[in-house]
Design a protein around this ligand. Structure first.
Ligand SMILES: Cc1cc2nc3c(=O)[nH]c(=O)nc-3n(C[C@H](O)[C@H](O)[C@H](O)COP(=O)(O)OP(=O)(O)OC[C@H]3O[C@@H](n4cnc5c(N)ncnc54)[C@H](O)[C@@H]3O)c2cc1C
Length: 399
């Protein structure tokens, strides 16, 4: 087993670290750099995106043919972590959710003509995108195959879409949408995936749902479909492959979440370490107290556990494996690690941790969604339990 990062990935990682230090971190303390969703405002984002593109630090997740850097999943893990040292980082490099997951999916599943129409503008950073699956009750949430109600009905060369979706990240600004809808009652092959454009008639954004944390650009929206017509040419893969599309998308997208969350968790400890090294109480610095050392040591160890789980899953994905178990384990663990690291850092920074003078409270509020997005932790544990019951001791095999 080789835990060494290859030279090219390490070079990217160091250049991203410097870019974040020089160009992105200074913006976090400027109130005017935040938009209404507490993310980086467009007038700061777009010049930085031009800079990142010019520096060759753009779209690490795609192949060179499709306008990316072809870093591979392992290299991405190291670099994504570095990007999200800043709360504003990933979107600057065109590596933020949901666009990065959508691009990876389109690269893997779209035809050449579909790539020209739907992927290229995203890879160039000219448009944003959204993935449209979840529905409000009684529709599809944790159980999309069994409960999806939005329908796609074939009329000649078109599909007509009717239904209701919600929590669609980025829909407020997205131009390109990937939609999953029901095309039959088959339990495994009942869903299909389609592409549509913001300007197509027959659908609307009902509202932008207010949430407890900061938002991705475009927020999280509720959508209503009332006769949206999608040409069959805009279907992804075959009729009935909607679940397959979802699994392909979520496999890597769940892991890129983990990569970014680890960067945020490390940042929390960086802020806490600086504070406890300087602040004094009871005759020594806070870092001199064993109780503080235990909190810091445990959080540092947790983060490394998360990195090993994430890297292992990244390595398996890079070998062409679906890495379903490994991605689920990383997703469950890193969601908790981020939450605990931000909580520990707030505690160690005392009242300052609870203030808005640092990004800790931003990260703490954001961290709460990690246990829900892309599958609730309980559902991932259910999947792991199924694997264990089927595989027995082979669950832990290295092969
Ligand atoms: C910030 C955010 C962004 C999102 N972005 C998108 C997006 O871009 N596109 C999209 O399609 N969706 C998106 N979602 C939706 C997300 O994927 C769903 O919230 C998630 O899949 C869970 O579905 P649900 O909310 O309907 O929960 P429900 O299915 O209603 O489940 C509620 C809770 O029940 C428990 N539970 C469910 N099943 C089981 C089980 N089998 N065993 C034990 N416990 C269980 C879990 O604790 C779960 O949290 C987003 C959600 C959030 C919070």
């Amino acid at each position: 087993m080789d835990f060494q990062l290859d030279k090219r990935s390490e070079d990217f990682r160091l250049r991203i670290r410097d870019f974040v230090d020089q160009h992105i971190l200074p913006l976090e303390t400027q109130a005017q750099a935040y938009d209404e969703g507490e993310n980086i405002a467009d007038e700061y984002l777009y010049p930085l995106r031009d800079k990142a593109r010019a520096a060759g630090l753009w779209c690490l997740q795609l192949s060179k043919t499709n306008g990316g850097q072809e870093l591979g999943t392992v290299g991405m893990a190291a670099c994504y972590e570095e990007m999200n040292r800043s709360i504003f980082g990933p979107v600057v490099f065109n590596c933020a959710a949901p666009d990065d997951g959508n691009m990876i999916l389109l690269e893997k599943t779209a035809s050449d003509a579909q790539k020209d129409r739907w992927l290229a503008p995203l890879a160039e950073g000219r448009v944003r995108s959204a993935f449209v699956m979840t529905e409000p009750a009684p529709g599809s949430g944790s159980d999309p195959a069994g409960m999806m109600r939005t329908t796609a009905t074939r009329h000649g060369d078109n599909w007509v879409i009717d239904g209701h979706k919600w929590f669609i990240t980025g829909a407020g600004v997205a131009q390109h949408f990937i939609l999953v809808a029901r095309t039959s009652d088959d339990p495994r092959k009942g869903l299909s995936a389609f592409l549509f454009d913001r300007d197509d008639p027959g659908w609307e954004i009902v509202r932008r749902i207010p949430i407890m944390g900061p938002e991705e650009h475009g927020g999280h929206c509720e959508l209503r479909f009332d006769g949206l017509e999608i040409p069959d040419a805009n279907r992804l893969l075959e009729v009935g492959d909607g679940l397959k599309v979802t699994q392909i998308r979520l496999g890597t997208a769940r892991l890129t979440h983990c990569m970014r969350w680890l960067g945020l968790a490390k940042r929390c400890l960086e802020i806490a370490a600086e504070y406890v090294s300087e602040r004094e109480a009871f005759g020594t610095t806070l870092a001199g107290h064993e109780g503080v050392q235990w909190l810091l040591g445990e959080a540092a160890m947790d983060i490394h556990v998360g990195r090993l789980l994430t890297m292992h899953a990244a390595w398996k994905l890079q070998q062409g494996d679906f890495a379903r178990k490994e991605v689920s384990m990383a997703k469950i663990a890193v969601a908790d690690i981020l939450h605990k690291a931000s909580d520990t850092a707030i505690q160690l920074c005392g009242a300052r941790g609870y203030s808005r003078d640092t990004v800790l409270e931003w990260i703490y509020r954001y961290a709460r969604c990690a246990r829900l997005v892309d599958g609730a932790s309980e559902v991932h544990k259910m999947v792991l339990s199924r694997n264990l019951l089927q595989e027995g001791n082979e669950f832990w095999s290295w092969g």
